[in-house]
Design a protein around this ligand. Structure first.
Ligand code: PLP
Length: 436
């Protein structure tokens, strides 16, 4: 295509989005180009520009775009006329996924979860977790945390802290008591002890909870990482007060923080776990709610959904487990890459220590708190102008967040980190230390 033809086609194709697509679209506003191809960590735009993807479908593409082994498994399956859609009927695709998940994930970790295929979004897995917790305990109250994000359906939204998202509900969001996450009141305050005190006091006004729901690292809430000690304390408090302990591992799981489940290094064993995003490994919609065996008291079809049997997602999920999780090679690689990001982010933070509050997160889920949403937005824009797609998180969108594919090459990882560093330098230019 000639340059003028590309420009014309860009204009036309962009026009339809603005003319016809709902104002609810959001990421498209930060990255106003049309993407036509993606491979690994690279996005290709219609105008010929290439971008490194540090957003990775908001951690739905932990193995990158179109991973060749996953693509091969999927195209072979389609070519063989395997079922695409199966409601919750038995298929070979689902059988292979369950066998592989049991063999590669559950058994080595001595976990005995029943696997509930929910509707294919994270929010649906969360809704199922809430319903079963309420049904099992006969209680309605759920303890959720400050800065938590669990999705935008009404049940999940009631758990979510962010007022922008909550404001879209249009009805009161109830059945939830908000408690302070680890570190919410600063380093010296043990929020777990506060919560225990409130639940132990019959006059605190907090109803006995059906469950606690927690993210080990708050993905949308600003990459606040709970300490392992705090997670263990919360699990203990939940059990002490007859509540179930739910870990929402939709964003932090599937390797993002360095292990398949983000809670593994904390030595805890949640009663319920939600998974989605990178579970299919290919960006195909698929979600699970894992339940301890004795909690699985559902009646057939009680939590239903037409798209619980996305066989294409089962095929790529199985291929991902086989490719990445049968031994510890991938885990070691994540750790190595995470230390590259952490070191670089710490250097950037040190250079701007008047403005940058610090490096947040864990594993390959790391961010730079640049102090304000306005500065973070400038960083994101500058990164995009230099070929990097990166987003923000936090109450004021003040954290620039790295969610690079875990399979990214060292070369592109370092290249992208240099783009981030230069963008931060520019955004905070008046404050760069002379010595730097
Ligand atoms: N839970 C967590 C921790 C998330 O980060 C998200 C999405 O970002 C969700 C739930 C909701 O998932 P979905 O957007 O697929 O409904």
């Amino acid at each position: 295509m000639t340059t003028s033809a590309i420009t014309a086609s860009n204009k036309n194709s962009r026009g339809i989005f603005e003319r016809r697509e709902s104002a609810v679209r959001s990421y498209a506003r930060n990255f106003p180009v049309k993407f036509v191809k993606a491979q690994g960590e690279t996005l290709f735009a219609e105008d010929g520009e290439e971008y490194i993807d540090f957003l990775a479908g908001c951690s739905s593409l932990n193995y990158g775009h179109n991973h060749p082994k996953l693509k091969e498994a999927l195209t072979d399956y389609i070519a063989s006329d395997g079922l695409t859609h199966s409601l919750d009927m038995e298929t070979d695709a689902k059988e292979e996924f369950l066998e592989e998940f049991e063999r590669t994930i559950l058994k080595p970790r001595k976990l005995d979860y029943m696997v509930q295929f929910t509707g294919p979004t994270g929010a649906n897995a969360v809704e199922a977790a809430l319903k079963i917790a309420r049904k099992v305990t006969g209680r309605t109250n759920i303890i959720a945390f400050t800065n938590g994000f669990h999705g935008c359906t009404l049940g999940a939204l009631a758990l979510t802290g962010n007022s922008h998202h909550r404001g879209g509900a249009g009805v009161p969001l109830g059945g939830v008591t908000r408690m302070p996450f680890d570190g919410y009141h600063g380093d010296g305050v043990d929020t777990a002890a506060q919560i225990d005190r409130l639940l132990s006091d019959p006059s605190s006004g907090v109803d006995a909870p059906a469950a606690f729901i927690v993210e080990t690292v708050q993905g949308e809430g600003g990459l606040n990482a709970a300490s392992f000690e705090w997670l263990r304390a919360i699990q203990k408090i939940a059990r002490k007060h007859g509540a179930l302990f739910i870990v929402d591992d939709i964003q932090a799981g599937i390797g993002r923080t360095g292990s398949f489940f983000s809670f593994e290094p904390a030595g805890i064993e949640p009663d319920i776990v939600t998974l989605a995003k990178s579970l299919s490994g290919y960006g195909l919609p698929m979600a699970l709610t894992l339940l301890k065996r004795d909690l699985d008291i559902w009646k057939p079809g009680e939590h239903n959904g037409t798209f619980r049997g996305n066989c294409h997602a089962f095929v790529t999920a199985t291929a991902a487990l086989k490719t990445f999780w049968r031994d510890d090679t991938f885990v070691k690689e994540i750790k190595r890459k995470a230390s590259i990001v952490k070191e670089r982010f710490e250097a950037i933070a040190a250079k701007h220590d008047d403005d940058i509050a610090g490096v947040k997160g864990r594993g390959m889920m790391l961010g730079l708190d640049v102090g304000s949403g306005e500065v973070a937005s400038r960083v994101v824009k500058e990164c995009f102008a230099n070929g990097l797609v990166i987003e923000t998180s936090g109450a004021d969108d003040e954290v620039v967040k790295c969610l690079a594919p875990l399979t990214i090459s060292d070369e592109n990882l370092k290249r992208a980190l240099t783009i981030v560093e230069r963008a931060v330098d520019k955004a905070l230019s008046k404050n760069v230390k002379a010595a730097a």
